[in-house]
Structures are given as structure tokens and as C-alpha cells.
Write a new protein. Structure first.
Length: 267
């Protein structure tokens, strides 16, 4: 399996973004979802496998992980520009994009708006099809240590041993100044009905020409697999794969199964 790099940082649009990478070959860029603990680290199990064949890169959007966390400025325009800017900063002209939930929504928008920058697209339990966001902004409070551990265990599944060091790192991220305010601002934005309508994926997926693999946990109870079928049906070059026991994040809970279908799709 490929070795994952130490944390690396690059400035994009005046913001410092953290990323990790492994391997060589055609670049695959991963982007995580909405969760308070979403970060590049969620992709490490899959990156170790795919890094034997590809250059795999995962970055923390601004507002998440170890990237800069401004108090405001969160929008789909900013996130898509930041994704393209990240490619520019790493001198990547053309990449395959993998996005989970909110990251999938953003990746699909990049494929729609900047198709020349995208090879193939993998949307994992993508948001942008469900009419309401799963986490409301009202009275949101950051979790304590035990809740943070449970969230990590839910992300990686029962077969993965969540270490104290992983929980320590997650708590250190949450202790950074401004997290609660920034995350509340994000939740308010993604829950705004006008915003969801303005960037609604069913209006855009029929125009996305990139070959697209839609991967979904067959038992996802947060964004149901019916949305995966909807996405694949709307895409001109889309196909759907359901992963048993993948739940809401199959590429972390079932990395071997995910990497097998991803490699077959990417070629």
C-alpha cells in the first residue's frame, strides 16, 4: 500500500489549505463532506490502496480540518473557485474528482462549470439532491470527546480501530478558535432554501458530460440511495454502484470495495 505524505499546505485565494497525498500517475483529488469532523483523513484508507496506481490527493476545504477557518465567506462560488485554485496551486491541469456529500456537490459543480479541468467524476453519497440538509444550524453545539470518538467510529465502521491519537487530533482541531462560529455559518448557508435552489444538482447534472460513477451506501439513512439512482439517471454518462454496509461514507467504511469499483471505472 502507498505511504501517505505528512501534512502539506498551499495558499489558495488568500487562504491556507492543508492536503495530503500519495502515489504517482493520473491525479485523483478527494474532497470531504459537511460533517464537523470531515477532513482529508477520511480518505486515507482508500488513498493507501489507490496510491499504488494513481497520484491521490485529499485536501481540507477552508473551514474544515487544518485549513484556514475564516468567520465568513462560505459559498458554493467560493468553494468551487477554491477547488480549481487548489488544482492550479499544484500545477494540475486535469484531474479526476472524488467528492463525498457536500464535497460531491462541489465536485459536480466544478465538472459543470469547468469541464476542461475534470477527467472523470466520482460522487459518493452526494448532497445537492436531498431537499433539506441533514444537520440544522439551530442551537448547534460542538461534540465532547466521547461524541467525537463515536463520530469517528461511525465514519470508519466497526472493523476500524479508532485510536486515542485520532480522537486527540480531532479534539485539537475543534479547539481551534472560531470553529463553532464558522461551522454555524456553514450550516446556515447550506440549509438556506434559496441557496439550495440556486445550486440544485438536478438542474445541472443533465449537462455534466464527464463520465461519472455514483457510489452510494446501500443502507445510508442520512441521504437515501434513491438519490443515487436519481443522480445516475440524470447524468448523461452516469452509472450507479451500491455498496452493502457502506452507510453514509462507503469509501471509509468499505475502502476495498470502493477502490475496486473506482479503479475499474477510472481505468
Amino acid at each position: 500500500m502507498a505511504a501517505i505524505s505528512e501534512d502539506r499546505f498551499v495558499e489558495v485565494g488568500g487562504r491556507r489549505l492543508r492536503y495530503i497525498e500519495a502515489g504517482q500517475g493520473d491525479p485523483i483529488v478527494f474532497q470531504a463532506g459537511l460533517g464537523f469532523d470531515a477532513s482529508a483523513d477520511q480518505f486515507v484508507p482508500a488513498m493507501r490502496i489507490l496510491g499504488d496506481r494513481y497520484r491521490v490527493i485529499a485536501f481540507d476545504r477552508f473551514g474544515w480540518g487544518w485549513s484556514d477557518r475564516p468567520a465568513s465567506g462560505y459559498s458554493f462560488e467560493a468553494w468551487t473557485e477554491s477547488t480549481v485554485g487548489f488544482l492550479d496551486a499544484l500545477d494540475i491541469d486535469h484531474a479526476h474528482l472524488v467528492g463525498h456529500t457536500l464535497g460531491g456537490w462541489i465536485a459536480a459543480l466544478v465538472a459543470h462549470q469547468r469541464p476542461e479541468r475534470v477527467g472523470k467524476l466520482i460522487l459518493v453519497n452526494t448532497a445537492g439532491l436531498n431537499p433539506t440538509a441533514p444537520t440544522p444550524p439551530q442551537n448547534y453545539k460542538l461534540p465532547d470527546r466521547e461524541a467525537a470518538r463515536r463520530s469517528l467510529e461511525n465514519t470508519f465502521g466497526p472493523e476500524f480501530d479508532v485510536s486515542d491519537a485520532m480522537v486527540d487530533e480531532q479534539m485539537a482541531r475543534m479547539e481551534r478558535p472560531g470553529l463553532a462560529e464558522a461551522y454555524t455559518a456553514v450550516l446556515a448557508y447550506v440549509n438556506d432554501p434559496a441557496m439550495r435552489k440556486a445550486f440544485w444538482l438536478p438542474d445541472r447534472l443533465p449537462e455534466v458530460q464527464a463520465p461519472t460513477l455514483v457510489v452510494w451506501g446501500a443502507d445510508d439513512r442520512i441521504i437515501g440511495p434513491e438519490h443515487g439512482k436519481q443522480a445516475a439517471d440524470l447524468l448523461p454518462n452516469g452509472q450507479l454502484i451500491l455498496i452493502d454496509q457502506g452507510e453514509h461514507i462507503p469509501l471509509a467504511r468499505k475502502p476495498e470495495e470502493f477502490c475496486q469499483v473506482a479503479a475499474e471505472f477510472l481505468g
